[in-house]
Design a protein around this ligand. Structure first.
Ligand code: FRU
Length: 311
């Protein structure tokens, strides 16, 4: 199947989830416990899955991008706000708190290309459904959720479905995607409410699915969707490639683009996800074509530090 080539008016893409501070150390090799070493380079940047998705979507040239999540209003971390503004990522619907943001200590190992993340979130308030009442759904074309906060996310999805139902033109409906990354089986409930699922490898393995094809078909058969059609499922499997199954049950495996040297693997999964959403929504590519596009974007990201150069 190929892109239709028909250009419809595009609406805003919103990604719902976390915005965190990433403190990154690049090391020659993984440190031995209880030693004192200097890193090759160190820096910090805005992170969090949904926040990274927004950065990449904006970088790829999406029509308009919004982040929705709890933000820290602590003056010391004002750069998280500033960075969103600088990149034209809308944040006007975000609630805020005076608490410091969650943060991650990240070790990027130059020798292997691995990224090790230690995440700290001492009680940062989650997004609640009450924070979402001001949202005017008519300006969105796609809403993507980080798999967390089932209760409030499911309520928002219910509102989106109700909004979609009353539209005169079905092409105007909001597409709903979820990123199932955290290894919590209760997140499957979010998958049952979505149109598109990004199934993380760790989550798949946690479910006992040891191969990408087994994972997507396992999830496809397990889910009892809340709407008429089954969700599209995409499961990236590291350097190997990604499996996908469309809503009719057609399975495809799309090998990934080889990368000669891994410079920065932090957020490569978020980059892939954003690349696929961009290709499906903005470019109207088919699922396998969009996955191939996502591989290209993630491959480029792996070879470059941060998200600035992504194209
Ligand atoms: C990368 C990332 C980081 C963040 C961590 C949160 O996928 O979003 O930016 O620190 O994961 O789990």
């Amino acid at each position: 199947m190929h892109s239709t080539g028909v250009t419809k008016p595009r609406r805003r893409i919103m990604c719902v989830g976390m915005c965190v501070l990433d403190i990154i150390h690049v090391v020659q090799e993984y440190p031995i416990e209880d030693t004192d070493k200097r890193c090759l380079s160190g820096y910090w940047q805005r992170g969090g899955n949904a926040s990274n998705n927004c950065t990449v979507l904006q970088q790829l040239g999406a029509t308009a991008v919004e982040f929705l999540g709890m933000l820290s209003a602590s003056p010391a971390f004002g750069f998280l706000y500033e960075d969103c503004k600088k990149r034209n990522i809308h944040i006007e619907n975000c609630p805020s708190t005076d608490m410091d943001p969650p943060f991650s200590s990240v070790i990027l190992n130059k020798a292997t290309g691995s990224r090790t993340i230690i995440h700290s979130n001492p009680g940062f308030p989650p997004l609640e459904y009450t924070h979402l009442s001001r949202i005017d759904l008519s300006i969105y074309g796609w809403i993507h959720f980080e798999g967390r906060n089932n209760e409030s996310v499911l309520k928002l999805i219910r509102d989106i479905r109700a909004h979609n139902k009353q539209l005169k033109n079905p092409d105007d409906r909001i597409r709903i995607s979820v990123d199932l990354e955290k290894m919590k089986e209760e997140l499957l409930e979010l998958g049952e409410a979505a149109d598109f699922i990004f199934l993380g490898k760790d989550f798949a393995e946690h479910m006992g699915w040891q191969q990408p094809d087994v994972a997507v078909m396992g999830l496809y058969n397990k889910l009892k969707p809340q709407q008429d059609t089954k969700p599209v499922i995409i499961c990236p499997w590291g350097a190997v490639g990604a499996s996908c199954v469309d809503s009719e049950g057609n399975y495809t495996f799309v090998p990934s683009t080889p990368v000669s040297e891994i410079v920065d693997s932090l957020g490569a999964g978020d980059t892939f996800c954003a690349g696929v959403i961009f290709a499906l929504y903005e470019l109207e590519l088919s699922v396998p074509e969009a996955v191939l596009f996502g591989h290209g974007v993630a491959g480029y990201k792996l070879a470059h530090r941060g998200y600035d150069d992504i194209k």
